[in-house]
Design a protein around this ligand. Structure first.
Ligand code: AMP
Length: 182
């Protein structure tokens, strides 16, 4: 695999466009799966997307919330880059203690997301991060968790937005930043 790291600096979007892989009929028929792992696997591309996500709302968030599992990669790095706290929004049944739960529909199936309570001071400003915005159900459920936990949603950052699924419309007035939209 050619690493783009040796080439001249580019925008985060151009790295995503160059490295994004698409797999028809995965994990089910009629799903065109967008694989961002090649973007994460290129050191310069990964740094570019993390800097882009951190810069978009810089100074306006106290924490990032990463959605299991690929959102964790983004949240850990953006949290470090922006010097803020990191929340893990996990799939159902994986968190101990008192958790908040939200059920939601996926592009393929349904699911449950959970967040532990009391991790941040009330009113903390949270930026939600995930790899792909598809139907918006996952991020909408996460935003309800953030709200129910007593935090303030600053916005949403994703690497890739699939515009034909209209996920942004489900998120109302929330500020959504997508590095690339297709
Ligand atoms: P959604 O709730 O429909 O916006 O789906 C978003 C979540 O499902 C994200 O966490 C994505 O990782 C994953 N996802 C949904 N559709 C796709 C797709 N076509 N390709 C890759 N990941 C997807």
């Amino acid at each position: 695999m050619t690493q783009l790291s040796a080439t001249a600096p580019k925008s985060a979007a151009s790295y995503v466009e160059a490295l994004l892989a698409s797999y028809p009929d995965f994990p089910k028929p009629d799903i065109l799966f967008r694989d961002l792992n090649p973007v994460f696997a290129d050191a310069v591309a990964f740094r570019a997307i993390i800097d882009d996500l951190a810069d978009q709302h810089r100074g306006r968030f106290d924490a990032v919330a990463g959605i299991e599992a690929r959102g964790f990669l983004l949240a850990a790095a953006v949290g470090y880059a922006a010097n803020v706290a990191v929340l893990a929004v996990r799939k159902g049944g994986k968190l101990p203690g008192t958790v908040l739960t939200e059920e939601y529909e996926l592009e393929y199936g349904s699911a449950r997301l959970e967040l532990e309570i009391g991790q941040l001071p009330a009113g903390s400003r949270v930026l939600i991060l995930d790899d792909v915005l598809a139907t918006g159900g996952t991020i909408a459920a996460t935003s309800r968790l953030i709200d129910r936990a007593g935090y303030t949603l600053t916005g949403v950052g994703v690497v890739l937005e699939l515009t034909d699924l209209h996920g942004r419309e489900r998120l109302g007035t929330t500020a959504v930043h997508a590095i690339m939209s297709i």
